[in-house]
Each structure stands twice: as C-alpha cells, then as structure tokens.
Design a protein around this ligand. Structure first.
Ligand code: ATP
Ligand code: MG
Length: 367
C-alpha cells in the first residue's frame, strides 16, 4: 500500500502544503526544526488519528489557528481512497471515503503505517507503558475490534478505581457494584490477553530471524509476556477468564486497601531477551537498538501477512544512527516492496543505492 498525496492545512509549522509522493522511497531533507518530523507525524496521524509524540491533539494545530487538517490519498489492494483528519477545539473528525467515522475503530486500519524513530529505543529502555502502547497499537491496526475492547476496558478500570477508592475510604461498604465491574472488566481483559498472545506468537516468528540477520547470526531474540495471571499462551478465552476470576477474588481486599485495580492487561509488560539475558538490564546500546529495529521490521512482515500488503514505513532520523551493515540490512529488507519515508539532515551519512532513485523533498521552515 502507499500514500500518493498529502495535503496539510495549519498542521504544526505547515500553513498549507500539498505533496505527491513516490510509491517507493521518499527522502525528506532539512535542517533541524524545519518540519521533517512534523511531516512524518502527519502521515502517522492520518493512519492512527493520533500522534506518536503527544496525546494532546491540540498541539498539532498551528499556533493561533482554529483547526488543522490532514488529507491523504491512499492506494491499497489496487483501490485508491481518501482519508481526512480534522482537529479543532471541538474535537477530532476522521473521514474515510468522505464519510465521517464516529468510532475510531472504524477508521484505524484503513491505512497501515510503521514508524521507526530514535525514541523507539524506549521500546526496550522505557517503562512498561511504552511496550503496552506498542503492542496495543499494532494489534489495533490489524484488528480494529481490539481497540473497541481496549477503550471499554480502560473506561471500566477508571470507574473501578474510583469505586475502590470510595470503598477504601469507607464512603461505601457494599461490594456488589465492585463485583459487577470486575465481571465486565474480565470480559474485556480476556479478549485483550487472548489477542495479545496470538499477536506475540506471530511477532516472535518474525522478530527472532530478523534479529539474527541484523546481528550477523550471533544473537537470538526472545519475547516473554509478563502478565498478572499465570496462564499459558495457548489458553483459550474461557481459561483466561477463569484465571482472572480466581485472581481478582484473591486480591479484592488488597485492591480496596490500595484503592486501585492491581490485576489486568493494563499492568502487563513484555520482556526482551537477547541470548537469554534481559536486554533492558544487560544489553549494550547497540543491542538495544538492534532489538527495537528487529521488532519494527517484524511488524512490517506481520502486517503483510495479516493484511496482504506491506505497510508504509516512516524512518524518522534513524538511518544515520545505524552502522553501515544495519543500514544496508534495513534497506535491503524493504527494497522495492515497502513505500518508505526517510528523514535526514544530510544525505552524506546515507550510502545505500536505494536512496539514489528516491524522490527528494527539501523542507525549509514548513515549506
Ligand atoms: P530535527 O531535525 O531537529 O528533528 P525537524 O525538521 O524534525 O527537526 P520538527 O520536529 O518537524 O523539526 O519541528 C519543526 C518546527 O515546528 C519546530 O521549530 C517547532 O517549533 C514547530 N512547531 C511545532 N508545533 C507547532 C505548532 N503547533 N504550530 C507551529 N509550529 C509548530
Ligand atoms: Mg525531527
């Protein structure tokens, strides 16, 4: 799949811009603070209706302006269709084929994007939240119903935490409502966990061989799921449900004591092991970067297998940070098959032949 056209209005430092892209490689060149990341971000927002850098939509609207608009034309399975995102103080509109989609889960997934940026090192080094976000976004874009369950789940966690606090302060003593919420929570939790397990199985299938390739065959990558229930990954939803029921019953008193939900997918984490050792704790900078890169490349293959087309790849400021071997490994992997956007301050650090045929865009001050 590829994005043919992009039009921006009042988006960050772009007042108005229209671009036509190459369906293979596009290189965005510009000095610092000219708008390279903003451009990549706009493509990302068009896919996810959400930025990769900020949870606050209003930051995307140009200062002093009322609204921001991103329009794109995407080709997928030989069909072209328009996508549109409008952000204003009144909220956010997402249009697919000119029709507004009320539920984001009906919008996300129309266009598939994989972004690799320097902050993706946080996938390995950062907090569990970063890894949960990674796994949730990736499943969400291949299975939009996952987002629906996730949103419902998060709402119930909030409600439940509120209730646990009032039980903690003894403003309330009856636990009936808590048990009702727990049941509802478990229903979504079991769905989420089941999907995460299926996704991980696929991710592992791709990530380990890719990691071996980038590390010249010396390193193996393992991914472990760290959950709040002990359940094997081939368990079905019934089994997961009953494990949650048991666990919630065990921790109920403790949850009231603490005033918060202690069990569930919002507390889970992923553990990456390189040659059997936790790469977050023991890995070198290079090993951590390779791990993050392997995960991103695995995602590309995974989406291809699930969706039937390669996603659009955004490489923001990362090529020049990779050594020659990893750079060419990355570019060889995507060569010809994945529409790619590469941003860089100078083409000097980028040697690969793929880039010689690329379309170049010079960005200066949002133009
Ligand atoms: P670098 O090479 O340093 O990563 P970049 O080209 O990626 O630079 P961007 O992150 O795209 O730079 O940012 C370009 C400019 O956009 C910054 O100077 C920033 O101040 C400006 N900017 C960010 N948000 C807004 C906004 N809402 N309205 C107007 N300008 C903004
Ligand atoms: Mg940047």
């Amino acid at each position: 799949m590829h994005i043919n056209q992009l039009a921006l209005k009042n988006y960050r430092n772009y007042e108005q811009m229209q671009l036509t892209f190459d369906d293979k490689v596009n290189v965005i060149i510009g000095e610092n603070a000219q708008g390279k990341t903003n451009l990549m971000e706009a493509i990302y927002v068009l896919a996810f209706a959400k930025s990769h850098r900020t949870p606050r939509d209003k930051e995307l609207v140009q200062w002093e302006k009322e609204y921001a608009k991103i329009e794109g034309n995407v080709t997928k399975r030989n069909r072209s269709f328009p996508l549109e995102i409008i952000i204003s103080s009144k909220g956010k509109k997402a249009k697919l084929n000119h029709l507004e989609q009320r539920r984001l889960s009906d919008y996300i997934g129309a266009m598939n994007v994989v972004m690799f940026a320097p902050e993706d090192l946080n996938l390995v080094k950062g907090s569990p939240q970063v890894r949960r976000r990674f796994i949730d976004m990736e499943i969400g874009q291949i299975q939009p119903t996952y987002i629906y369950h996730l949103v419902q789940y998060q709402k119930i966690v909030k409600q439940r935490n509120h209730l646990l606090k009032s039980l903690q302060r003894k403003q309330q003593t009856d636990r009936t409502m808590l048990q009702v919420l727990t049941e509802q929570l478990i229903e979504h939790a079991a769905f989420i966990i089941e999907k995460r397990f299926t996704f991980l199985e696929l991710l592992r299938k791709w990530a380990d061989p890719i990691h071996q390739g980038i590390s010249r065959g010396i390193e193996r990558l393992e991914i472990n799921y760290q959950g709040t229930i002990e359940v094997s990954e081939d368990s079905n939803r019934e089994k997961i449900t009953s494990m949650y029921q048991q666990r919630f019953a065990e921790v109920e008193d403790k949850e009231i004591e603490r005033g918060t939900t202690l069990v569930g997918p919002h507390r889970d984490d992923l553990l990456f092991l390189v040659n059997g050792k936790d790469v977050q704790t023991y890995g070198s900078q290079g090993q951590q970067r390779t791990t993050a890169l392997s995960l991103k490349l695995a995602e590309i293959e995974l989406i291809y297998n699930e969706v039937g087309e390669y996603p659009i790849l955004l490489l923001d400021d990362v090529l020049s940070e990779l050594d020659d071997f990893r750079q060419s490994h990355l570019l060889n992997t995507i060569q010809g098959k994945v529409q790619t956007f590469v941003s860089t301050t100078s083409v000097d650090g980028i040697k690969h032949e793929t880039l010689e045929k690329a379309e170049l865009f010079h960005i200066e001050n949002g133009k």
